[in-house]
Each structure stands twice: as C-alpha cells, then as structure tokens.
Design a protein around this ligand. Structure first.
Ligand code: C2O
Ligand code: CU
Ligand code: CU
Length: 431
C-alpha cells in the first residue's frame, strides 16, 4: 500500500512446469508461478493498481470476472497485452465482499489460455462481512477451491485434442492445480470458496453421505441467510461458498455427482458432455480441532432487490448455434448501448439442445424467474453467471452504475470457453 493508500499488485503471466499428477511433469502457464495465480485480496472502498507483465510468446489479457470497474480496465478482448508487454489497470473497489476471479480473455484463445493454467481468485472484503461470525481465516477455515478438469498425454502434457461440442473435457480433476487434493480440516467447520474454473464441465457438488451443508454466498457475495442444501451445481465461471462440518477424526470427500436431469440435454449428449460422471474433488480430513463453531448467523446480508416494474429497457438474448441473437462476436460491432443508472430486464433463452450459460461483465444481476417460476433459493443471491439448460428461459434484472465509456465496451457471453471462443459473445457500451 503506497502513501496515497493505493494497494499495488504485480502479476506476471509466464510458462513453467508443474507436477499436477504425482510423478508426471506438465508444461503449464501461470501468474507469478508455474500454474494458476496468487489469490488477490482487497477491501471495498480501496484503490488497487496492477502491474501485469506478459512474458508469454503471444498476446493475452487479464479479465476481472465479476468485478464492477471501468470498461477500459475490464481486461476483455480489447485490452490486449502483447507478448513482452505490460498493462497497468487501476480502479477503486466498489462492491460487496465476494469471491471473484481473474483469467485471460483474448478473443478466440480464452479456452487455451485458461486451460493451460492462467486463472486466480480475487477476494473482496468489506466491514459488514468481517463483522459476521463465519469462518474467515484464509487457508485454515476459509479455503479456496478452483476446480478444473484436464486430460493428459502419455508424456505428461495436457491433451488439447478432440474437444467435445462443449469444449475440452478432462478425465482428471485438478483442484487448486493438483490432482488427488486433500485438506486437513482443523477447525471442525470449514468454509469452501468454490470456483468452477473449467472450460465446459458442470459440477454437482455434495458429499457421499448426503450430509447437509450451508450455502452462504454465490457469484457476487453473501446470500440473505444460509441455505441448508445437499447439492450445489456450478457451470463454468460460477462460484459458491459453502460451510461444511468435518468432525475431528472423520474424513469425507467433496464429490461431483452426476448433473441433475443430465443437464437437460439428450441422453447421448449427457454422456458426451460428462453429465453422468462422478469425481472426487477433494478429501477433507478432520484432525484435532482448534475451535468448533456450532451455527452460522441467521442473517448474512441485506440484498436490496431491483424493481423490474421500474425497468426502462428490456432486452432478449437467444442462445443458439454458437451465436447470440443470430450473430457471432465481432470486435468492431457494438450490440447495444446502455444508460448508466437504468434498470434493465434481460430475457435469456437457450434455443439449443446443448448446454449454455450466460455471463455479463461489470454487474451482478438478480434472477427474477426461471421458466416463469421463482428461482430456487441458490439462485436468489448476486450472480454474474447462470446456467441455461436447453429450452430454458431466464429473466434477470440488472442496473448500470458509476462508469461510462463511449469507446470501450463490456462483454456478455456464454462462459463455456469454447463457445465463447467460437463467438457466442457480444459487447455493449455503458453511456
Ligand atoms: Cu469470466 Cu467474459 O469472463
Ligand atoms: Cu467476466
Ligand atoms: Cu454455450
């Protein structure tokens, strides 16, 4: 932190070698290391400044997924950092405590860059959340999990061949950059900040004994109150924070179960898209307890709702054939201009029989309904990415604030990275 109170960070995108699977070496990419990147942490109200060096032999970008910030620092496809180049974005954090993440967004190459290891978490803190009696000691009872799937060649390198229609699918789960991950839980209860950092795979997370755990936060921060659940499903880019009890002496495993309803696709596609797979994500080993916590606060956050009846604009987004509204991404086409301060209602329809999801830059949206019905409790918190099963129609409310820019756009897109690379993306200005 400098004299002016600005918190400085340095990131360096580069190549390396990582032992992801014991006994095998894989060529990987990472920020400040061989794979993934440091967890960045900043406080609401704080100014942050980054020096980002790209030591790769090709251009990349660094996008702050979930962050409310000026478009020119968003790190989308317009903020290219050439190989050997540097980028220095800076902004003031102005959103609630949450688990965001950062990853490359170079047009047409996002899947490859993320797949090779470029991704990290960006945690935002705020005073209200710090005052809550919830697990919050990073690395002890507040543990990040970046879940990804990879396939390996015999020589240990990533197999980037044979993508499915939802992108590269792996047969090996890599959690925080390693396979066969485990965690010693020393506190009886642990908070897991989970990111689906995969290209195309969905996860349906829970425990083999079907124990109940508490969902406390989604993409953009805390829920109003903890939701006791047995499964939480995440599509690529989505986050969830859960709190689970692991008693000393007991061991359990966070597992990804087959996706509910096969993800809504045909039986053969469900098979091709890994919807029926079951994987161990991380083993949780309860060891001698330091302290134990019995319950979570009944109230976590106040979530003011946008009033859809006051929306001045409604827009529709039809997802079909690698396109949104019949068009593929064009770096030179602005799809619409939005007005700062306006509340908008967006209707997102998956007109395909393939899975898609939908992500918007710069805002957290509120899901109004799913197929005309009140969203389930886990979709009532702040979201920036939502799964859209085949045939589904999702209405969300959102509001632009603070930042306008007549030149640089924000993106909306399917976050299945191969679909995004194929052009299921568009861009808009906030004026
Ligand atoms: Cu996480 Cu536009 O992406
Ligand atoms: Cu994003
Ligand atoms: Cu898609």
């Amino acid at each position: 932190v400098d004299d002016a109170g600005v918190r400085h960070f340095t990131l360096r995108a580069g190549t390396g070698t990582t032992e992801i699977v014991a006994g095998k070496l894989t060529d990987t990419w990472g920020f400040n290391g061989s794979i993934l990147g440091p967890t960045i942490r900043a406080e609401r109200g704080e100014s942050v400044a980054f020096t980002i060096d790209n030591t790769l032999a090709e251009p990349t970008t660094v996008h702050w997924h979930g962050m409310h910030l000026p478009a020119r620092y968003d790190g989308g496809p317009h903020q290219t950092i050439e190989g050997g180049g540097r980028w220095e974005p800076a902004w003031t954090i102005s959103q609630s405590a949450s688990t965001l993440w950062y990853h490359p967004h170079p047009h047409g190459s996002t899947e490859r860059h993320v797949q090779r290891g470029l991704a990290g978490l960006f945690l935002i803190d705020d005073a209200d959340t710090r005052a809550l009696d919830i697990p919050k000691t990073y690395g002890v009872d507040d543990v990040p999990l970046i879940i990804q799937d990879r396939r390996f060649l015999a020589d240990g390198n990533f197999d980037e061949s044979d993508p499915t229609d939802i992108g590269l699918l792996g047969d090996t789960i890599v959690t925080n950059g390693i396979s066969d991950a485990y965690l010693d839980v020393t506190t009886g209860v642990v908070r897991l900040r989970i990111l689906n950092g995969s290209s195309g795979r969905l996860y349906n997370l829970g425990f083999p004994d079907d124990r109940t755990f508490d969902l406390i936060a989604t993409d953009g921060g805390l829920l109003e109150s903890p939701i006791p659940i047995k499964r939480i499903q995440l599509s690529p880019g989505e986050r969830a924070e859960i709190v689970v009890r692991v008693d000393p002496g007991a061991t359990t495993t966070l597992v990804s179960f087959p996706i509910e309803d096969g993800g809504g696709v045909s039986a053969s596609d469900a098979e091709n898209f890994g919807m029926n797979d079951r994987f161990d994500i991380i083993e949780l080993r309860g060891v001698a307890s330091r302290a134990s916590r019995s319950s979570l606060p009944a109230q976590l956050a106040a979530l003011p709702r946008l009033d859809p009846s006051k929306a001045s604009v409604s827009r529709t987004f039809d997802l079909q054939w690698y396109m949104i509204n019949g068009q593929r991404m064009d770096m030179n086409r602005i799809d619409f201009e939005a007005e700062v301060g306006a509340t908008e209602v967006w209707t997102i329809t998956n007109k395909d029989n393939w899975p898609h999801n939908f992500h918007v830059h710069d805002v957290q949206f509120q899901i109004l309904d799913v197929d005309g019905r009140t969203p389930p409790p886990h979709l009532r918190g702040p979201k920036d990415t939502v799964y859209a099963p085949p045939g589904s129609r999702i209405r969300v409310a959102l509001q632009w604030s603070e930042y306008t820019d007549p030149t640089f756009p924000y993106m909306f897109h399917c976050h299945l990275l191969m679909h995004e690379d194929q052009g299921m993306m568009g861009q808009f200005l906030v004026l």
